[in-house]
Design a protein around this ligand. Structure first.
Ligand code: ARG
Length: 467
């Protein structure tokens, strides 16, 4: 056994000095976190090695003891990684599981490791290291997703599709432009991730239980060894702060919201009614009763993961909201929320990256839809302003009458005759037909950030240089 103890109700060997007997079974069950915090083993061991090295450097423990500790911790790391380590619930959490095993391996020197530290700063360190690494994974995953969108945007810089507001056809846009909207969204998510990494780049170890320590530790040394910019500045805040976890969950919730909107569009676009895209067999499933069906399950599940991730954010905010300073055991509930959200987010981003690369874009369907619904009405109004000198409000009114006429005749704006148009406003000439096609419409929108293919290509180049 890692803890070297039997399953009798003896008091805890790590903190049981003042306890005559061990915990009730239900106490042990509610108290133990090893079931989930074993995920932090690598961070825990790294943190302990840095701490022991600093203690020896400062003359707080001997170099011989430090060497034994470091060697023992290395052994434990390989035991855990090779699956032979036995985790014990009686030892509550990862910190005490590792320390008990260290004692079994190296004897009394193990007891010196916990000098000038507490599990409060230890867990704050382990968890912060884990979240920081997760943020780095998220950054890479978002970069891959952005890359997928950039490729599709370039390929479809002049593929015309309807742009929507209220999910009603508004004006023609390009599919490339639409893809680039997601690049902007995921680009913001990625910059939030980078900012959060900056923000949390302070090392908690050495805050001890909450008040700091009287031992002559060097917190700058441990901070540097563990890859942090600097140590945290207030020991009370250090052990009570879970902002880094909340920031991760907030960022995850916003990113998941973007993924969910994309998922919703994929669901809509892949219906036979829209038919804008087709997902390959690799990203769809069939129905057990309706042979004709091909369902976008991956997109639907991405949409659903968002509910889960948002739930984690609300759960941890609610755990934290009433806690007096500094540490309370409530905070042990932080990890499962973050682990679950991280797993869901990673999966959702990967699935989306796969779908964006996989989907077949049906340019013919998009173009047909782009031309319907009087999508170039604004182009007619703009033409009247530009070429006939009408005030925009009057041009809007004239165009409205043209739309009504087309509707009455059951045709598109471009199908009205010049005579029909001139009956509405005599200033209209046959030049107007040049602006009524969807291609002319998108090509004309050259304002910065607009949908004109040339402009979209500029935005793609801007992002390529930053991805
Ligand atoms: N398992 C605990 C947690 O996750 C570690 C810290 C325990 N600290 C304490 N004072 N009981 O928060």
């Amino acid at each position: 056994m890692a803890d070297g103890s039997s399953e009798t109700k003896s008091s805890n060997q790590m903190w049981g000095g003042r306890f005559a007997s061990g915990p009730d079974a239900i106490m042990e069950e509610i108290n133990a976190s090893i079931g989930f915090d074993k995920k932090l083993y690598a961070q825990d061991i790294r943190g302990s090695i840095a701490h022991a090295t600093m203690l020896a450097h400062q003359g707080i423990i001997s170099v011989e003891d430090k060497d034994k500790i470091v060697h023992g911790l290395d052994t434990i790391l390989s035991e855990i990684e090779s699956g032979v380590f036995e985790f014990s619930r009686r030892l509550e959490d990862i910190h005490m599981n590792v320390e008990a095993r260290l004692a079994a391996l190296i004897g009394p020197a193990a007891g010196r490791l916990h000098t000038a530290r507490s599990r409060n700063d230890q867990v704050a360190l382990d968890f912060r290291l884990w979240v920081k690494e997760e943020l780095q994974r998220t950054e890479r995953a978002l970069t891959a997703l952005i890359g997928a969108f950039l490729d599709r945007a370039e390929e479809h810089a002049d593929t015309v599709m309807p742009g929507f507001t209220h999910l009603q056809t508004a004006q023609p846009v390009t599919f490339g432009h639409h893809c680039m909207a997601y690049v902007e969204m995921f680009g913001r998510d990625r910059s939030r991730v980078r900012h959060a990494i900056e923000h949390m780049d302070e090392c908690p170890i050495g805050a001890a239980a909450l008040a700091g320590t009287g031992f002559p530790i060097d917190r700058h040394m441990t901070a540097k060894a563990l890859g942090f910019r600097e140590p945290t500045r207030n020991s009370i805040d250090t052990v009570s702060d879970r902002d880094f976890a909340l920031e991760f969950l907030s960022i995850a919730s916003i990113a998941a919201t973007h993924l969910s909107r994309l998922a919703e569009e994929i669901v809509i676009w892949s219906t036979p009614q829209f038919g804008f895209i087709r997902l390959s067999d690799a990203f769809s499933t069939g129905s057990s009763i309706m042979p004709q069906k091909k369902n976008p399950d991956a997109a639907e599940l991405v949409r659903a993961k968002t509910g889960r991730i948002n739930g984690s954010l609300i759960a941890l905010l609610t755990v934290m909201k009433g806690l007096p300073l500094a540490y309370s055991k409530d905070m042990q509930e932080d990890k499962e929320q973050v682990f679950d959200a991280a797993e869901s987010l990673e999966l959702a981003i990967a699935a989306m990256t796969g779908m964006v690369r996989d989907m077949t874009v049906r340019a013919d369907r998009m173009k047909a839809a782009a031309g319907s619904g009087y999508s170039t009405a604004t182009d007619l109004a703009d033409w009247l302003v530009r070429e006939a000198g009408l005030p925009f409000r009057d041009a809007h009114h004239v165009t409205g009458r043209a739309v009504a006429l087309a509707e009455q005749k059951g045709c598109d704006l471009a199908d009205l005759s010049l005579a029909d148009l001139q009956a509405i406003n005599p200033a209209i000439t046959d030049k107007v037909f040049d602006v009524l096609t969807v291609e002319a419409s998108v090509a004309s929108r050259t304002s910065f950030g607009g949908t004109a293919p040339a402009e979209v290509l500029k935005q793609i180049a801007w992002w390529r240089a930053r991805n």
